[in-house]
Design a protein around this ligand. Structure first.
Ligand SMILES: Cc1ncc(COP(=O)(O)O)c(C=O)c1O
Length: 395
């Protein structure tokens, strides 16, 4: 673990304290070591559309193999502009888009480009783990607002209370990982109202924008009245097109905020994924059908795994979006989800993620919650369920 003492002195920087590795890498390594079915990390088993893979080959063969522009390949920038117009009615110009190395780099660019030391950032807990690392790297201060089980709706008075005169921005994530909560228009209006009254920026991570269930619409907060000018919207092709390993993402918003993201990201990767950028442009323009089908398939897998986990005696919090489901495992007698998941890998040979890692240290809220990924093939999910059924899950 970084920040730990190695020999006589600490060799890693203080900014890595507590954020030296990701739970996903740790749990995926545990899955390999124990021969477990990996229902932990959120990556699909199957690649995205063949036409997109072909487009990447084509780009490579045509010589698109050197640094793309830091701002992004023109074809992809234009495709993102068209995507935001087609899906959300937003009219962007190319300087309101920047391409990044996955949403991860867009998050890094946004936080490093917008947050000064001492600035406070409101985050909705439980939250995706890179937020903590980036706020820490920027010298910012996290102000968590807890979304509580079982429905994880926003507690507006709690949001109000989290804002101080040092608050710089609200970091939103909808559809929300790990809870699967999709912020509805009332909740978004409340966030917009707080942001506007306190003159705050909003950075919104919308990587699951196309994976919502039961006809529920994803609404980007930037489409609410007056919000575009204070919002950086982040997305990526990883979840939408099942190319998580290509790491093609983007940030959109008013030109000065996008320039701030780009100003920071220029010193991270500068640019990446030359042949993948035109391929993802092709995906955005021509493969809406892929994520529509993915959403429908995932919705069936969601119902299937939720029913099975419920059958096993867990309280299931059915997600409205994303490809994760949370269960409460307190009835099995473990001290917490971490102990449950460690035991599960050894005994059942199934890996899941203890949700407590997505909460502030010491928060009791997520202690007995566990996150299961259902973006896996049906056979693999069934094998996981079979193993769980064959195991006594009690401590
Ligand atoms: C909420 C959220 N944001 C960002 C990311 C990272 O996206 P990318 O793979 O495009 O960097 C993930 C991946 O799991 C995520 O769940």
């Amino acid at each position: 673990m970084s920040g730990a003492r190695t020999g006589r002195r600490t060799r890693s920087a203080a900014r890595l304290q507590g954020v030296g590795s990701t739970i996903f890498a740790e749990m995926s390594a545990l899955a390999v070591r124990t021969g477990s079915v990996n229902l932990g990390q959120g990556f699909p088993d199957l690649s995205g559309p063949g036409s997109v893979v072909e487009a990447a080959y084509e780009a490579m063969r045509a010589g698109t193999n050197q640094y793309p522009p830091g701002h992004g390949a023109l074809a992809l920038v234009d495709a993102v502009v068209r995507h935001q117009q087609r899906h959300y009615g937003l009219d962007l110009s190319p300087d309101q888009v920047v391409v990044t190395t996955g949403a991860t780099e867009a998050i890094a660019g946004a936080i490093l480009g917008l947050v000064d030391p001492g600035d406070e950032v409101v985050v909705f807990e439980p939250y995706y783990d890179s937020y903590r690392a980036m706020i820490q790297f920027a010298g910012g201060v996290r102000r968590p607002v807890t979304l509580r089980a079982p429905d994880y709706r926003l507690d507006v008075p709690e949001l109000e209370q989290a804002v101080t005169e040092r608050t710089k921005l609200i970091l939103l994530n909808t559809p929300h990982n790990p809870t699967g909560h999709v912020f509805d228009e009332t909740e978004l209006a409340a966030v917009a109202d707080v942001a506007t009254r306190h003159d705050l920026l909003v950075v919104t991570d919308e990587v699951y924008e196309h994976l919502t269930y039961d006809g529920r619409a994803h609404v980007p907060i930037s489409t609410l009245p007056g919000m575009f000018d204070r919002t950086v919207t982040i997305s990526s092709s990883g979840k939408t097109f099942s190319f998580t390993g290509w790491k093609i993402g983007w940030a959109t918003g008013p030109a000065d905020l996008v320039a701030a993201v780009e100003g920071a990201k220029n010193w991270l990767s500068y640019s990446s994924g030359a042949p993948f950028q035109p391929a993802i442009a092709h995906a955005l323009d021509h493969e809406d059908g892929f994520h529509e089908q993915l959403r429908d398939d995932l919705s069936l897998r969601r119902d299937h795994i939720c029913a099975a986990l419920d059958d096993l005696g867990m309280e299931v919090h059915v997600p409205q979006g994303t490809y994760f489901v949370t269960t409460d495992v307190s009835d099995f007698g473990y001290a917490d989800g971490l102990a449950f998941c460690a035991g599960l890998a050894e005994r059942a040979k199934v890996v899941a993620i203890p949700s407590q890692v997505f909460y502030e240290d010491g928060s009791a809220e997520g202690r007995h919650l566990v996150r299961w990924a259902f973006c896996k093939e049906r056979d693999l999910i069934d094998e996981g369920i079979r193993r769980l059924r064959a195991t006594d899950l009690h401590a």
